[in-house]
Design a binder for this molecule. Structure first.
Ligand SMILES: Cc1cc2nc3c(=O)[nH]c(=O)nc-3n(C[C@H](O)[C@H](O)[C@H](O)COP(=O)(O)OP(=O)(O)OC[C@H]3O[C@@H](n4cnc5c(N)ncnc54)[C@H](O)[C@@H]3O)c2cc1C
Length: 470
């Protein structure tokens, strides 16, 4: 009986980030068997790569309710709800203890990368009997051994942090970009900490126009105070920095105003050289540096730097889902029904309405994108929203339709979101948004009312960031 066989299989959760682990907790509460597959060597592997960055959401919005219920009997106590953790603290005080609970530890495989998901026994074109089939999840362990796991359902919570947009302007890598990889970092290198040596006294090009770019630029400016030979160039695709610089003290978001004002001052003081209308066409790596060729407002671009910070945002890895029948929006690559709710042209992170399983469903039943990946290229994702997604998905998989359809997300009246920064100023893009901050003077941030969600305020430290597009 194929049907019964499918029901006995585990629900595979891809990724042990905050949302994947929360999914496991909700599935367990529903009496379903999760199996969490994590590519990294530790839970929260993506968060670890921005561990030095402070979240803008205080602890009260960072902990999933089912996860807390699993943790409490172990003697764990909820961190101070009003404190903003760093990524490293999120792991140490929440994700790691959660992954170590007996219930999850025995159902979590780290060092296990999912290569592909397919309907077991039915390629994408086969419809006959498709709905009865479970899923075949192809994996590769840390030693390169490939294997298959069968699943009744799959929740892909693998995030987007592993797939940055390329530097090339058309969404394709610039010529030589792959060969130049050793000179290119992610959007939030630890400039003042672990990665200092890479930038101190060197020339860095920061590409992008969101908060990650701003964060990194300001950290580089700080580094240059101690290491005066540090040189900073900033490249943006558009012609104006207006949206990132914001309205200064008149800005409706004080933190945005502060961030923008500081960056504006740094540009005006010549600490940061700004290049606009940049198109990177070719990268020529050599031993110590990389030459960048292309165009900018002034004509040809020919720049040689020691490091490039790619802060152009992220995109979901859809290659591994090639055999799954997905229903995705052609623009943001989020589930079609979700796309209008998260459109970065209309929503900041605080104004996305809560949504559940129905909005996240695809033509292949039992397959879901959840967490950051469910937002595709939109940068407006919040943990609290992801926790509600997986609560609803677990309820649906358990057959509790009423609970799956009920919206239980109590989106905060205070303190979730630092910014709704948009694109290049003279064009609308999915850039800017919901990211963390590096410690500085705390600022009280007030966000305007958004559709359906009222008012949000929050404490944000001096700098914050993340972006999509450049
Ligand atoms: C700098 C920064 C600050 C942020 N600050 C906030 C904040 O203050 N508040 C807020 O609500 N949100 C914030 N966010 C947004 C969002 O909540 C986080 O990105 C969060 O980590 C998303 O959780 P996730 O579980 O969906 O994905 P991730 O945390 O990205 O986890 C995905 C996991 O999947 C694993 N993985 C990836 N590919 C595979 C594969 N093929 N097979 C197996 N495993 C795989 C990864 O290793 C990773 O562990 C921030 C984001 C960033 C980047």
């Amino acid at each position: 009986m194929v049907e019964r066989g499918r029901a006995e299989l585990p629900v595979v959760v891809i990724g042990a980030g905050p949302v994947g682990l929360a999914a496991a907790a909700h599935l367990l509460e529903r009496g379903l068997e999760p199996l969490v597959l994590e590519a990294g060597s530790q839970p929260g592997a993506a968060v670890a790569s921005w561990g030095h960055v402070r979240l803008f959401s205080p602890w009260r919005y960072d902990v999933d309710a089912a996860a807390a219920r699993l943790l409490e009997p172990t003697g764990w106590s909820h961190p101070d709800p009003d404190v903003l953790p760093t990524g490293a603290e999120l792991i140490a005080q929440y994700l790691a203890p959660l992954a170590q609970t007996e219930a999850i530890a025995s159902r979590l495989l780290t060092g296990t990368r999912v290569l592909a998901v397919a309907r077991d026994g039915a390629d994408k074109t086969r419809s006959l009997g498709r709905a009865r089939q479970g899923y075949r999840v192809r994996t590769m362990d840390a030693n390169g051994a490939v294997g298959d796991v069968l699943a009744r359902a799959v929740i892909d919570a693998s995030g987007t942090y592993g797939s940055s947009n390329p530097l090339g302007i058309s969404g394709l890598p610039a010529a030589g970009e792959e060969r130049a990889q050793r000179f290119i970092t992610g959007p939030l290198p630890d400039v003042l900490g672990a990665d200092r040596a890479r930038f101190a006294g060197r020339h860095t090009l920061v590409v992008g126009m969101g908060h990650s770019a701003a964060n990194t630029l300001l950290s580089l400016v700080e580094l240059a105070r101690d290491e005066p030979t540090t040189t900073i160039t900033w490249a943006i695709r558009g012609g104006s920095t207006r949206r990132l610089f914001g309205g200064g003290s008149d800005d409706e978001l004080p933190a945005r105003g502060l961030l923008g004002t500081r960056l504006k001052e740094a540009v005006e003081a010549g600490q940061v050289r700004l290049l606009t209308r940049v198109s990177i066409e070719k990268l020529l790596p050599s031993e110590e540096s990389v030459q960048i060729l292309g165009t900018n407002r002034e004509g040809g671009l020919d720049l040689t730097v020691h490091a490039i910070v790619n802060a152009t945002g992220f995109r979901p890895d859809l290659d591994m889902l090639r055999e799954v029948r997905l229903d995705l929006d052609p623009v943001v690559e989020a589930p079609t029904a979700l796309a209008p709710l998260i459109d970065p042209n209309q929503h900041s992170c605080g104004t996305v309405p809560a949504h559940g399983e129905r909005v996240l469903a695809h033509p292949d039943d039992g397959f879901y994108l959840a967490g950051m990946k469910s937002y595709g290229r939109a940068p407006t994702f919040l943990l609290a929203t992801g926790y509600e997604q997986v609560r609803s998905i677990a309820a649906a998989l358990a057959g509790d339709r009423a609970s799956a359809d009920a919206v239980e997300l109590d989106l905060p009246e205070t303190g979730v979101c630092s910014t709704d920064l948009g694109g290049d100023g003279d064009e609308v893009s999915a850039e800017g948004s919901c990211c963390g901050s590096t410690p500085a003077e705390p600022q009280l941030v007030t966000l305007g009312a958004g559709p359906g969600l009222g008012f949000a305020t929050g404490v944000v430290h001096g700098r914050s960031g993340d972006d999509v597009g450049n």
